[in-house]
Design a protein around this ligand. Structure first.
Ligand code: HGY
Ligand code: MN
Ligand code: MN
Length: 411
């Protein structure tokens, strides 16, 4: 009994066409037209399998394949279908299609494990709308309540609460649909590695031990706008000078105080008024700091805040640092890691135990249940780019491993 390469390929290709930027990677933000199309496609598939489907107030989808004991805690598997801007077609989708495919195999072979198996599709994993990664899984696991959903907003100042409402959902009910302690026996997420380790070492499977924690800040320097030609340098209160110096020191900070696995990224910068012959009055940028070792994040953030304050003073500008997203580093459950490893050995798959530098919704589930992750290789380690690629045969191997693992956990 194995999964179908053709169905896996067909689903991934079909979903990749629900895309706002054809020809330039895949862009499918939560609550967009493309998101609606992808949801409808998947809901169609779930209906054909007679799954018991529920959608919570922010759009997290749960589709349950009933086991013999409907009261027993469920085994959950899935991921996300939203993307970054001009991203790839495998990030998140591999795990959702993998979950769908293993349920199809159970359904067509009339396999009824004791525990129900539930497909989950988490909303807004990437944070592309509201810059808060894993906002959907944070709501589903109770880390985000209604107040948090009203606090995080998009570039037009519209909150996630209101965007979800406009999408036809009921965010006011989100707290009723939270996953309850004891409800989930285990959660397994299949995901592309998004790094180069498996591709470099020619291994088919990554068995994840730990998922990095992260903190995302928005740093805003505010100075005094003025004419670019008539304002002498010594009279300037220029937020761009302060921002440029801090941004250029991020690598130095990590060198000095980070661990070997601490990473820091400035990925977005906003300049107001953003006109060549005007000294800006405001410059804001994001800083994303991650590590599987919390000490690395703590040390890097402390040093970064010190440098930010020094540059603000040196350039006579105001500064505000706000934390807009965070996730704890987590160790995955030894029992689940062991189950995945035994299954990989039985399938004769090459594999490597490893950490995840990317964050994942599974990390949000880790306080409520035992969590495991299965990685499949990313060609040349590329992800969050149009070049993102994983051979379908590797995804199928990951799905076969997911099937074996889930059946063992759910039997
Ligand atoms: O940013 C991440 O690690 C994930 O892809 N959202
Ligand atoms: Mn992802
Ligand atoms: Mn991603």
């Amino acid at each position: 009994m194995e999964t179908s390469l053709e169905r896996i390929r067909k689903d991934i290709e079909a979903l990749s066409h629900f895309n706002a930027t054809p020809g330039c990677g895949v862009t499918r933000f939560s609550y967009s037209k493309e998101d609606r199309q992808a949801r409808d496609y998947l809901l169609e598939q779930f209906k054909s399998l007679d799954l018991d489907v529920s959608i919570d107030g922010v759009g997290n989808i749960r589709a349950r394949y009933l086991g013999k004991d409907s009261d027993a805690p469920i085994v959950m598997t899935g991921s996300h279908i939203d993307t970054v801007l001009n991203g790839g077609k495998f990030d998140g989708v591999a795990g959702v299609v993998g979950a769908l495919e293993i349920v199809r195999v159970m359904h067509e072979n009339d396999i009824r494990p004791t525990h129900s198996v539930e497909i989950v599709i988490f909303t807004e994993e990437e944070g592309s709308n509201f810059y808060s990664t894993m906002a959907g899984s944070k709501a589903l696991t109770g880390k985000y309540g209604i107040d948090d959903l009203k606090k995080i907003s998009n570039e037009n100042g519209v909150s996630m609460f209101d965007v979800a409402r406009q999408f036809g959902l009921t965010p006011e009910n989100v707290e009723e649909h939270r996953i309850r302690p004891g409800e989930v026996k285990a959660m397994i997420e299949l995901h592309v590695e998004q790094g180069a380790v498996l591709d470099d070492e020619k291994k088919t499977i990554g068995i994840v031990n730990a998922i990095a924690g992260m903190k995302t800040f928005v740093v805003t320097f505010t100075g005094k706008s003025n004419h670019a030609g008539t304002t002498p340098m010594y009279l300037r209160e220029n937020p761009m000078s302060a921002a440029a110096q801090v941004i250029s020191e991020v690598e130095d900070i990590l060198q000095q105080v980070g661990t070997h696995s601490t990473v820091g990224t400035v990925g977005k910068i906003i300049c107001v008024p953003n006109v060549p012959n005007v000294i800006p009055n405001k410059v804001a940028f994001t800083l994303d700091v991650r590590d599987v070792d919390p000490r690395g994040i703590r040390a890097a953030v402390a040093e970064f805040k010190k440098r930010v304050a020094d540059k603000a003073a040196a350039h006579k500008v105001e500064v505000d640092i706000s934390l807009i997203a965070q996730g704890q580093a987590i160790q995955l459950a030894g029992t689940v890691v062991g189950t995945i490893e035994t299954a990989a050995q039985e399938l004769g798959l090459t594999y490597k135990k490893m950490n995840s530098g990317a964050v994942h919704d599974s990390a949000m589930m880790a306080e409520l249940t035992d969590v495991g992750m299965i990685f499949v290789p990313s060609v040349a380690g590329r992800s969050h780019v149009p070049e993102e690629n994983t051979p379908f045969e590797d995804i199928k191997a990951g799905c076969d491993l997911l099937l074996k693992t889930v059946l063992r956990l759910a039997r």
